[in-house]
Design a protein around this ligand. Structure first.
Ligand SMILES: [Zn+2]
Ligand SMILES: [Zn+2]
Length: 82
């Protein structure tokens, strides 16, 4: 099943070129990293919509994603100690 990403509030869908800015000043596509800033590794639990400016929990943006898969996604994004 294909996972779609869209704002839970207004159904706006982020594009590949969409960028979010972290408080550290880095801007990146937050859906490439599951809401984690690649520079300072801050985890953004909520994601702001670039269209309606509303904040929603990051996982609420993913459609067709059941809870188990959502938990796997979160687990995968944990920094791995080697
Ligand atoms: Zn950052
Ligand atoms: Zn929105």
């Amino acid at each position: 099943m294909e996972v779609e990403i869209a704002c839970p509030k207004c159904d706006w869908q982020p594009q590949a070129g969409s960028r979010w800015q972290c408080t550290c000043g880095h801007s990146w596509n937050t859906f490439d990293t599951g809401g984690t800033c690649p520079r300072c590794l801050h985890r953004w639990h909520d994601t702001q919509c670039l269209s309606c400016a509303g904040w929603s929990p990051h996982l609420d943006w993913y459609r067709n994603l059941d809870q188990w898969v959502a938990e796997q996604l979160v687990a995968e994004l944990q920094p791995v100690a080697r």
